[in-house]
Design a protein. Structure first.
Length: 168
């Protein structure tokens, strides 16, 4: 993992369970946010707040007793905000299996001592993976900030990029 990042590990227990007996999704989101805050703070060395979370979709439930791993990485930095991607995996140590629970992208905003937005340092990009993550972050940001009437143009550009990648 390159650039500012954070890794958080948490052993789930009965106190984390929801009414269905699985780990409560809200608790997972709280820990996900904690990992994102750590990575963002390491990058900008100031207080940060969560401004947005893009499309959280749980791929599967997490069982009580699973060990959760949160891997957070700053993907892109703009003037006062940055995107942090967080991958969450659940490990069942008895069965010796690890599964991908979710990936989420959080927009974090840097604040100064008075609570006003402050400038974020540029993100050093080192390697093709970091470059790809920055490009994808920029596209997500463009879609998030686009006026509704411009969304169809962004989606068309995305489809064109994807089609070019599929051509042998």
């Amino acid at each position: 993992m390159s650039g500012p990042h954070a890794e958080l590990t948490y052993r789930t227990s009965v106190r984390d369970a929801n009414a269905a007996g699985d780990v409560h999704g809200g608790w997972i989101l709280k820990l996900l946010d904690d990992a994102a805050v750590i990575a963002a703070t390491r990058h900008c060395r100031t207080r940060v707040v969560t401004a947005a979370v893009d499309g959280v979709r749980f791929r599967q439930p997490v069982n009580v007793g699973d060990i959760l791993s949160f891997r957070a990485s700053v993907n892109a930095a703009w003037r006062t905000s940055m995107e942090v991607g967080v991958r969450v995996e659940a490990e069942n140590t008895i069965a010796d299996t690890t599964t991908h629970v979710l990936t989420a992208y959080l927009t974090m905003v840097a604040l100064d001592g008075e609570g006003s937005t402050t400038k974020v340092p540029e993100l050093e990009i080192d390697g093709p993976d970091a470059s790809r993550r920055r490009q994808e972050a920029q596209l997500r940001r463009d879609i998030r900030l686009a006026a509704p009437e411009n969304l169809h143009q962004l989606h068309a550009a995305l489809r064109a990029d994807t089609a070019r990648e599929l051509v042998p």
